[in-house]
Design a protein around this ligand. Structure first.
Ligand code: FMN
Length: 206
């Protein structure tokens, strides 16, 4: 039975990316009745930042690590294990300062591991997460559509796509809800505003 890894990163309860993620999971579950969902709320529990012990441990062969080094990599192992167990990933991302929320960067720092999620081979780096599929749901206050001047300010999609690709995840679909600032003040109806994006999310999840 397939396993889906669902990751949220917005700190807000009323978050648009969280709503899109919930819709994705609902549709995915209906399509995969026996499927398993692993859920990580990075805003609820932020990963710890990496430090010198972590870095030295990551570059020490597994068999030679000290108990302290093993402990330093414990969270990383847990998070990488989730990526390995899941067949499919869905990420909810809030654009913060033209990029991803800091908690998601902390997660990336924990899971981008030489010998675990990528390796350096004869022909350069090689992603080790093979055969996975990812959907990335991005909410932003502004609109960063391709072929517009604002597109150059979007560091969410190119960055996150690069990180996933570096780890071998190249089957990636982005669904964007741009222009959520229109929802502030209640002048625009949230249901109406999100309707086409939710429809797209259901299509991708199915
Ligand atoms: C700290 C912070 C920084 C933000 N930075 C940007 C930004 O750089 N560009 C933008 O278009 N919207 C920005 N926004 C607006 C959010 O992208 C928007 O509210 C979006 O809906 C957030 O996703 P969420 O609803 O899932 O939390 C920012 C919001 C916050 C709270």
């Amino acid at each position: 039975m397939p396993t889906l890894l669902h990751i949220d990163s917005s700190p807000l309860e009323t978050s648009v990316s969280r709503e899109l993620g919930r819709e994705f999971v609902k549709t995915w579950k209906a399509k995969n009745p026996g499927g398993r969902v692993i859920y990580r709320d990075l805003a609820g529990q932020a990963p710890t930042g990496i430090n010198s012990t972590w870095i030295l441990s990551a570059y020490t062969p597994a068999a030679s690590r000290t108990p302290e080094q093993i402990e330093a990599l414990a969270l990383s192992e847990e998070l990488v294990g989730e990526l390995e167990r899941a067949d499919e990933y869905v990420f909810g991302i809030a654009m913060h300062n033209f990029s991803i929320p800091s908690v998601l960067k902390l997660w990336i720092d924990q899971i981008a591991r030489v010998g675990r999620t990528f390796a350096y081979g004869e022909y350069g780096p090689k992603g080790l997460l093979q055969g996975k599929k990812a959907t990335v749901l991005v909410a932003s206050g502004g609109v960063y559509a391709v072929d517009t001047p604002m597109a150059a300010y979007d560091f969410v999609e190119p960055y996150f796509k690069t990180v996933l690709g570096f780890m071998g995840v190249t089957d990636v679909t982005f669904v964007s809800a741009g222009g959520t600032s229109a929802l502030m003040g209640g002048k625009v109806n949230r249901g109406e505003f999100l309707k086409p994006t939710l429809e797209k999310v259901r299509e991708v999840a199915a």
